[in-house]
Design a protein around this ligand. Structure first.
Ligand code: DHB
Length: 313
């Protein structure tokens, strides 16, 4: 019998488990990041950061129900210097992904310039899909995004991946993939939360979060069909050497399997991590391991991307 191996590799970045945390959830402060370092998460992703620290939006700004979550956090973070100093001093074997979300191209330049001196980063996850700040999600503007990425890749030569928002139309997937295929991307992460949802408290007849008139990004179980579809479409249309990190709706080992079957090389857990805490990684690793054993697979690569369609009639 072959050993069962739940590790993965993102262009040479070795993850002891293909399951890690999603940016935004319990990865903002020193103690949260230390907790992740002690956990069985396969890697560590930091809260998206800006140049200066931010307190974020007024509370309540996060709400969870049985099948999903809504948030409009407003990018609370401790600022780039904190994350770089903390990671520089840290002592961990886990790959470190620094998520950045400057509010302008110039701010991202500055963050990238500072980050380029770090010896500890495995890669940057450039977040171009925050639904709660500013007017528009940059990735939804196909004219602006090309120019933006030209400039980013011109100045930053170290490993960099991009966190994408969800897309819903085949023409949009094709267009976005054709743009992304021009760049030396280290990975793409699919997907950020579904933007501009509303959740209602029927007793009070109100929205459930305070910022943005109650509009916020939707995550959790209910977005899984969309994350799977985004992974599948980008797996089909992106260059084969661009790995995909799946994110959205993972709460069991089966969900991890589905993401990988669609083409993900690794996955990130957001809402379920928030809901269950740090032990979620032990549970998911175990459930995923047990599923591979039952299915007689010995590694992620045995079934990655191998989702079957019905035959054409
Ligand atoms: C926030 C939410 C996001 O989905 C994101 O990608 C970045 C920041 C926030 O509101 O803090």
């Amino acid at each position: 019998m072959k050993e069962i191996d739940i590790s993965s590799n993102i262009k040479g970045i070795q993850l002891s488990s293909c399951i890690m945390n999603a940016s935004g959830v319990l990865c903002q402060t020193k103690s949260e990041l230390k907790n992740l370092m002690k956990s069985s998460s396969g890697g560590i992703v930091t809260k998206s950061c800006t140049i200066k620290s931010r307190v974020g939006n007024l509370e309540p700004r996060y709400f969870e129900w049985k099948t999903g979550s809504i948030n409009s956090m407003g990018l609370p973070n401790l600022g780039i210097d904190f994350y770089l100093n903390f990671l520089e001093k840290s002592n961990t074997d886990k790959p470190l992904f620094l998520s950045i979300s400057g509010l302008s191209l110039e701010e991202n330049y500055l963050i990238l310039q500072k980050s380029s001196f770090s010896s500890k980063l495995s890669a940057i996850e450039l977040n171009l899909s925050c639904p709660n700040i500013g007017e528009n999600i940059l990735c939804y503007d196909f004219h602006k995004i090309s120019d933006y990425l030209d400039k980013i890749f011109h100045i930053y030569k170290k490993p960099l991946g991009i966190k994408l928002p969800p897309f819903f139309e085949d023409s949009h997937f094709r267009k976005m993939a054709s743009i992304l295929n021009k760049y030396p991307l280290f990975f793409v992460t699919c997907i950020n939360s579904l933007p501009n949802g509303i959740v209602i408290d029927i007793h009070k007849e109100t929205v459930v979060i305070k910022p943005n008139q109650g509009f916020g990004g939707i995550g959790g179980k209910m977005i899984k069909p969309f994350s799977l579809a985004n992974i599948r479409k980008f797996y089909t249309y992106l260059r084969k050497d661009i790995p995909i990190i799946g994110c959205g709706g993972i709460s069991s080992g089966k969900d991890v399997f589905e993401h990988i079957l669609c083409g993900a090389s690794a996955v990130q857990v957001g809402t379920k991590f928030m809901n269950e805490g740090i032990s979620v990684f032990d549970r998911l690793n175990q459930e995923f391991f047990n599923l591979l054993k039952k299915k007689k697979y010995s590694s992620v690569n045995d079934f990655k991307g191998k989702l079957k369609n019905f035959n054409k009639i």
